[in-house]
Design a protein around this ligand. Sequence first.
Ligand code: SF4
Length: 428
Amino acid sequence: MEGSHGPCGGGNRRRFLKTAAAAGAALASTDALRGAPPATQAKAVVPTVTLGKTGQKVTKLGMGTSWALSPSFVQAALFSGVRYIDTSESYENTKAEKVIGEVLDRTGMRKDIYLVTKNSKGHATGDAAVKVYEERLDESLARLKTDYADCYYIHGISTREIDMLRDPGVKAAFEHLKKVNKIRFCGLSCHDPILPEILELAAEVGWIDQVMIKYNYRDVGKKERYDDLNRAIDKASKANIGLVAMKTQSGAEAFPADKAALEAKGIKAPAGGFQPREKAIVDLLEKGYKREVAAIKTVWMDPRMQVVVSEMTNFSDLRENVAASQEPLTTTEMRLLEQYRETTAHLYCHGCGHLCESAAKGVPVATVLRYLRYYEVYGKRQEARALYQALPPVARDLAAADLLAAESACPHGLPVVDLVRRADRQMA
Ligand code: SF4
C-alpha cells in the first residue's frame, strides 16, 4: 500500500503531497475567513488556461454543482483557487444556483469567477426563443445574485434537438442576450449518443463559443476506437471552440462487479460470483491506487480539452483535484490506469447506442445504462428512478426487446442482458 494516491515515484509523490498541503492550507483558511472578503487572502493554486475563442483565462479545474451543495463547500473551492463554476437552473431544482449566489454575494467574488449556467427546460425555437431564453436566464441571474453569466448553455441538447443549432430564432435569442450584456458567451452541453455530430455542427454554425462534453480517460488516445468523437473534437478545436470536459470520473468508476462492492451498495451480487478479471480490479484497488486522480490528469493531458468540470462532493475530492491540477500524469499512473481500463472495459458503457440499440428493438440501452450508473455509481437513486420511470413504456418493455442481440452487438463485451434487467429491477 503506497498511500491514497497510489504507487507514484518518490519525487512525484513528495511533490504531490506538497501541492496537496498547499491546497489543504487554502481549505483550512476557509473557516478563518468565512464571511470576510477573501480575494486578497485566498491563494489561487489552480493553473489557468485560455478558453478557446472566448479568450478568457480560466482555471483548468471547474466546480460541478449538480448535487446538494453547501455554502461552506463553495467557499472552500473558491478559497482553494477554483475560479470556474458550472451550474444550471435544474441542479437540485434551482437550489444550486441559490447557494452559489449567496456565496458570491457574501464574499464579493463574483468578478473573480467565470460563471456558467444553463437553460435546462426551455429549449424553445423560432419566434418564441428570445422571450423564453431571456425569462429563464433572468430567473437564473436573480438566484445567482448577479446581472450577467459569463456563459449561458443550451443544456443537454439531444438527438432530436440538433436542428436547434441551425434555428435562426435560437441564434437571435443568444445574440440578444449578449447585446443586452446578460451573457458574455454562448455554449451548450451534451452527452447524447450523437455527441460527435452535435460537436461538429457547433463548430460549423459559428455562434457557439464553448461546449461541454462527456469525456474521460476511456476516450483519450484511443483513436482507433473513437474515430468519430476524436474527429469532432479536432474540428471543434480547430474552430477555436472552448472545450470543457465533464463526467471525467465516469471513466474511473465502472459498474460494481465484485460481491463486496455490490453488497456495500445494497445490491445483490450476480449469480456467477467473482470472475478472474473482477478479482484483478479488486487487487488493483487494494493497492491504494487512486484511479479518480489519474483519470482527471489524463483528460488534462489532451491539449484540446481546456477545462475539466469535476463534481467534487467532499473536501477530500476538492483537495486531491486541486493538487492533481498541479501535477502531470506519472508513467506509473498511466500504466495502472490503462490496466484498470482494460479490466473494466466490460463494466463501463461508452454511450455508443448506435451500435446496439437497433438490435435491442426498443430499449435505449445507452440511456438506461447511464441511469443505472447514476443509481449504482453516483448513488443518485431518487433522480435515477425518476429519469427511468419517465422513459416511454416501449423503452422499458423488456419482454418485447431483444437484449441478447444488443449484447452480441456490443463491441466492449458489456453484459447488456444482466445490466438492463438490473436497471429495471432497481429503478422501475
Ligand atoms: S452497451 Fe455497448 S454498444 Fe451499447 S452503448 Fe453501451 S458500450 Fe455501446
